[in-house]
Design a protein around this ligand. Structure first.
Ligand code: ADP
Length: 191
């Protein structure tokens, strides 16, 4: 396995969280999800959590400063030194640039950006189904559409950012969990 510092990109509902967990297990590196860390902060009612809750419930992005600080702290931990799968970070150009500045201090830069591609209508369906199962506060239809708009606007430009560095690899996300993870592993082998 050549790539171990991996950014996973994809619209909300593309399956990033599921795939990141499978890959982290398969490769033996930590799964770093800023969404999970923020939800934990909300649940624990930390100062960051109290600030982030309303923003997340509305489907908007938490401020770059907060999220960059969270990611920086997590990536400085011992288990992240041999590699990591970043899920949900970076989500803006400013975050991607911050990550690039941060990484040389903890070793080398990222090896690969994997983008899971799916179609909008399929995603909305998936997210509505997940809303019923998990009851996440940001999984109602209006918020889902808002998160898609935010993705198109703020996060999709990162595809070009990583393409420009020849780090982008795209994997179709519509198969089964196993099909998608095999496709991702094959891309990583080749990266
Ligand atoms: P999704 O399943 O929609 O991809 P996540 O679980 O990754 O969502 O994140 C949930 C919410 O947490 C986001 O809608 C956003 O409000 C906040 N969040 C997570 N990561 C970031 C980030 N890198 N920058 C800003 N906000 C973030």
């Amino acid at each position: 396995m050549s790539a171990t510092k991996i950014v996973l990109l994809g619209a909300p509902g593309a399956g990033k969280g599921t795939q990141a967990a499978v890959l982290a297990e398969a490769i033996g590196i930590p799964h770093v999800s800023t969404g999970d860390m923020l939800r934990a902060a909300v649940a624990a009612e930390t100062p960051v959590g109290l600030k982030a809750k309303a923003v997340m419930d509305a489907g908007h992005l938490v401020g770059d400063d907060i999220v960059i600080a969270i990611a920086r702290e997590r990536l400085a931990e011992g288990d992240a030194q041999k590699g990591f799968i970043l899920d949900g970070f970076p989500r803006t150009l400013a975050q991607a640039e911050a990550l690039d500045e941060l990484l040389p201090r903890i070793g080398s830069g990222i090896d690969c950006c994997l983008a899971i591609t799916v179609q909008t209508e399929a995603i909305v369906k998936r997210l509505l189904a997940r809303a019923e199962i998990e009851g996440r506060a940001d999984d109602n239809e209006e918020t889902i559409r808002e998160r898609m708009r935010v993705y198109d606007d703020q996060t999709a430009p990162l595809l070009d950012y990583y393409r420009g560095q020849s780090l982008l690899r795209e994997v179709p996300g519509m198969g089964s969990v196993e099909e998608v993870s095999s496709a991702i592993l094959a891309e990583l082998e080749a990266a």
